[in-house]
Design a protein around this ligand. Structure first.
Ligand code: ADP
Ligand code: MG
Length: 377
C-alpha cells in the first residue's frame, strides 16, 4: 500500500516545531496497519529543489511517527531505487516504512512519468491522504495514479467532506469570515464565496483596502493600492452581504509594546495604522456568528502574532467555538492562530491545507483529488 501523506512539518533547529500534520495522518495509517497492510509512506518536506539536502530529511518525522504510533517504523534513505525497494520488500503485514523526501528528486515536482513509475512499483494500491499537497500536480500526488488504483485516505475524505458540508450543502445562514493580509491573494476566495454566503465578514489588513477603495481615511495602514479596482468590484458584488469592521485597533507601528487607540472605521488619524478589528466589530461579528448555521473562516482578523493585536481574532474564535454552527477553518495562519490560542480542538474542522484549502475555496479542482475521482469512476 503506497500512501502519500503531507508530513511537511515546520522545523526549528532541526527539530519538529509542530507535529499537527503527523498527528492528522495517524488515523489513516493506524487503520491500514490494523488491517494488516504493508504501508509505504511518501511525503515531501520543505523545498529542497530536486536535490538531496540534509536539512530536509524526513528522518525526524519517522522518529515522531514511531512515538505516536507506538510501533516500529523503518526509514528508507531514498524514496526510489535500491534503498526504497529493499525497505518495501522487507515489510511484513502491519508494518510501516517512511521513504525519504520525494522532493530530493527533480522528477517529483516535474511530475516526471518515469519517476512516478518508480514510486508506483513499490506498492499495489495508491492511497492519497495528502489533502494539503493535492493542489500540486506532482509525481507522488498525481503521477503514481496512472500506474496504480487510487483511493482517498481517511484524512483526505474528512477534509473533502467538511468542505462539501460547509460550502455545497450548508445549514443556513452561512457566514464566511475572511481576513489576512492581501485582497490580491484572496480575491478568488471572495468571488467564490460571495454568491454562496448569507454574510461575508471582512477583517485583517484586507479590510483597509476596502476602506480606501470606498474613499475612507486609513492613516498609515497597510493598503494594497494596486488592488483598489478589484476591491471595488468585489464590494459591488457583495452589496449588503459584505460586512466591514466598524471600529479598529490602531498603533503607530506594527510592533509589540506600542501605544494603542481605537478609532471608528474611516476616521483613522495620520500616523496611526489599523492592526486589529475593534471591540464593537468583535461584538458585531460574534453576533453574526451566534446566529449562523455554518461558519467558514479563512484569514486572521488582526496581527495575531503580536498580543496587543490578537484580541479581535481571539474574540471571534471564541464566538465560533461557542456557537452551534458547523465551523470550518482553513489557511496556514488561521490554523496557527487558533493553535496558538489553544483552541484548535474547538471547531468542527480545522483544515490541514493552507494553499490547497484556498484553491478549493476559489472553486478550483485540485489535481490530487481529480485523479481519485477518475480512479473511482
Ligand atoms: P492564511 O494563511 O490563514 O490564509 P493570510 O496569510 O492571508 O492568512 O494572512 C495572515 C497574515 O495577515 C498574518 O501574518 C497577520 O499578521 C496579517 N494581518 C492580519 N491583519 C493585519 C493588519 N491589520 N495589518 C497587517 N497585517 C495583518
Ligand atoms: Mg498565510
Amino acid at each position: 500500500m503506497l500512501v502519500r501523506e503531507d508530513l511537511n512539518v515546520p522545523l526549528k533547529d532541526g527539530a519538529i516545531a509542530d507535529d499537527t500534520r503527523v498527528r492528522a495522518a495517524l488515523p489513516t495509517l493506524r487503520g491500514l496497519l490494523e488491517k494488516g497492510a504493508k504501508v509505504i509512506v511518501m511525503s515531501h518536506l520543505g523545498r529542497p529543489k530536486g536535490r538531496p539536502a540534509p536539512e530536509f530529511t524526513l528522518r525526524p518525522v519517522a522518529d515522531r511517527l514511531r512515538d505516536l504510533l507506538g510501533r516500529e517504523v523503518s526509514f528508507a534513505e531514498d524514496c526510489v531505487g535500491e534503498p526504497a525497494r529493499t525497505a518495501a520488500a522487507r515489510l511484513g503485514e502491519g508494518q510501516l516504512v517512511l521513504l525519504e523526501n520525494v522532493r530530493f528528486h527533480p522528477g517529483e515536482e516535474a511530475n516526471d512519468r518515469d519517476f512516478a513509475r518508480q514510486l508506483a512499483e513499490l506498492g499495489e494500491i495508491f492511497v492519497n491522504d495528502a489533502f494539503a499537497a493535492s493542489h500540486r500536480a506532482h509525481a507522488s500526488v498525481v503521477g503514481v495514479a496512472e500506474f496504480l488504483p487510487a483511493y482517498a485516505g481517511d484524512l483526505m475524505l474528512a477534509e473533502l467532506e467538511a468542505l462539501h458540508r460547509a460550502l455545497d450543502e450548508p445549514r443556513r445562514p452561512l457566514v464566511a469570515i475572511v481576513g489576512g493580509a492581501k485582497v490580491s491573494s484572496k480575491a478568488g476566495v471572495l468571488r467564490f464565496l460571495l454568491p454562496k454566503v448569507d454574510a461575508l465578514l471582512v477583517g485583517g489588513a484586507m479590510a483597509n483596502t476596502f476602506f480606501k477603495a470606498d474613499g475612507k481615511e486609513v492613516g498609515a495602514s497597510y493598503v494594497e493600492d494596486e488592488a483598489l479596482q478589484e476591491t471595488r468590484a468585489v464590494a459591488e458584488m457583495g452589496g449588503d452581504r459584505l460586512v466591514l469592521p466598524i471600529d479598529t485597533v490602531c498603533a503607530p507601528k506594527m510592533e509589540a509594546g506600542q501605544p494603542t487607540r481605537v478609532f471608528p472605521a474611516g476616521e483613522i488619524e495620520p500616523g496611526w495604522m489599523i492592526l486589529d478589528i475593534g471591540p464593537e466589530t468583535s461584538a458585531l461579528f460574534a453576533e453574526r456568528v451566534r446566529a449562523a448555521g455554518t461558519v467558514v473562516w479563512n484569514g486572521p482578523l488582526g496581527v495575531f502574532e503580536i498580543p496587543e493585536f490578537s484580541e479581535g481574532t481571539k474574540a471571534v474564535a471564541e464566538a465560533v467555538a461557542n456557537s452551534d454552527a458547523f465551523s470550518l477553518l482553513g489557511g496556514g495562519d488561521t490554523a496557527a492562530a487558533v493553535e496558538q490560542m489553544g483552541m484548535a480542538g474547538s471547531f468542527s474542522h480545522v483544515s490541514t491545507g493552507g494553499g490547497a484549502t484556498l484553491e478549493y475555496m476559489e472553486g478550483k479542482e485540485l489535481p490530487g483529488v481529480a485523479v481519485l475521482k477518475e480512479a473511482e469512476g
